[in-house]
Design a protein around this ligand. Structure first.
Ligand SMILES: *Cc1c(COP(=O)(O)O)cnc(C)c1O
Length: 378
């Protein structure tokens, strides 16, 4: 099945009683046993729920994995994966990963003896140098946030195999519609389903997907033990949202190209970051490992020519908001918003400045978005 078809059909048909076309919601905490020790597959919703299973089957199918566990947030999915590690273990990850992931890695897990090295993952030698005898995991996020640097997944997998490391990819920015890391040899994929997979800015959620049975079992045990699973209602909403993933991603990308081209020549935009543009430094790599370039565009606003407050106040269609991947277009300033929790030194080193603007293009008509941006840039 092609992704557009799988998104609509996989995991969906769950009602043998009335044959409803849409998956029922099972808002129950517990399930009656037929007799002592005998269930119909479910006993307690923290451990498993049929609506959640439907979504898990759907998302595992889209990523090309064999098992998935849906969680109550993207951070919960990341937490579950980190609990595969033990005190003394070390992780190598990118220096421009999602702000919330950075905070979790920087402030929470070190208290339990798991340590992290943040490196420029576009440089495989830097990654190799950061690997220590106690390194257990390579944490990949590509394209990165907010500058859309592309990490060579195949090169990372090669290093991991050479050194015996587990590979994890945060695939939130492209969704399985435009990138499938498991097919490139990655062990585990995580998503914030809050973003493109749900796509309607109305649910916080996450998922961990793998094609390895041993890891699938460990993740299932951890999600149950830690109590990270999502609610049946939230699972149902994401399952509804994911069905339009294909058409939405095409529309997001169409708008991203239109906006990136405008910003590439606009005098008040100093630099645009979109791997779909041919002069982007990672364009060749992105074309090789991705099946599209996604709906995120960043650019450096010329603060000498236009201040941030004026720019934001003139926008009518772009909401000033964090998050991404919804049908409506959003804009944010990573310096004061999504990446404010990262030290100034690390932000600067990663290339983020107060002028850096991040856009999440929705599915509106591109001409309306271009008009809004042109007016606001003045
Ligand atoms: C949003 C996001 C997360 C965290 O997900 P939540 O659903 O907000 O907990 C992790 N990684 C990336 C790349 C994200 O964009």
């Amino acid at each position: 099945m092609r992704p557009e078809t799988a998104a609509v059909h996989v995991g969906v048909a769950k009602d043998d009683t009335f044959n409803s076309v849409i998956t029922p919601i099972y808002p129950t905490t517990t399930f009656t046993f037929d007799s002592a020790g005998v269930t119909r597959g479910y006993d307690y919703t923290r451990s498993g729920n049929p609506t959640r299973t439907a979504l898990e089957e759907n998302l595992a199918g889209l990523e090309g994995g064999t098992s998935a566990r849906c969680t109550c947030s993207g951070m919960a999915a990341i937490t579950a994966v980190l609990f595969l590690l033990s005190a003394g273990d070390h992780v190598v990850c990118g220096h421009d990963i999602y702000g919330g992931t950075y905070r979790l890695f920087e402030t929470v897990f070190p208290r339990y003896g798991v340590t992290f090295s943040f490196v420029d993952m576009r440089d495989p030698d830097a990654v190799r140098r950061a690997v220590r005898p106690e390194t257990k995991m390579l944490w990949i996020e590509t394209p990165s946030n907010p500058l859309l640097n592309v990490v060579d997944i195949t090169a990372m997998v090669a290093i991991a195999r050479e050194k015996g490391l587990l590979t994890v990819a945060d695939n939130t920015f492209l969704s399985p519609y435009f990138q499938r890391p498991l097919e490139l040899g990655v062990d585990i994929v995580v998503h914030s389903t809050t973003k493109y997979l749900n796509g309607h800015s109305d649910v916080i959620g996450g998922v961990v997907i793998t094609g390895r049975d041993d890891l699938g079992e460990q993740i299932a045990t951890l999600v149950n033990a830690l109590g990270l699973g999502n609610s049946p209602f939230d699972a149902w909403l994401v399952l509804r949202g994911v069905k339009t993933l294909g058409p939405r991603m095409e529309a997001h990308q169409r708008n991203a190209f239109a906006v990136a081209r405008l910003l590439a020549t606009h005098p008040k935009s100093l630099r645009v970051y979109y791997p779909g543009l041919e002069d982007h430094s990672d364009h060749a790599l992105a074309s090789r490992q991705q099946t599209g370039f996604g709906g995120m565009v960043s650019f450096d606003l010329d603060l000498a020519a236009l201040d941030v407050e004026t720019f934001f106040s003139r926008l009518r269609l772009f909401s000033l908001a964090e998050s991404l991947g919804g049908v409506e277009s959003l804009i944010e300033q990573p310096w004061t918003m999504s990446h404010a929790g990262i030290s100034e030194e690390v932000r600067r080193a990663a290339g983020i400045t107060p002028g850096t603007m991040r856009l999440s293009l929705g599915i509106e008509h591109p001409d309306d978005l271009l008009e809004d941006l042109r007016t606001a840039l003045g």
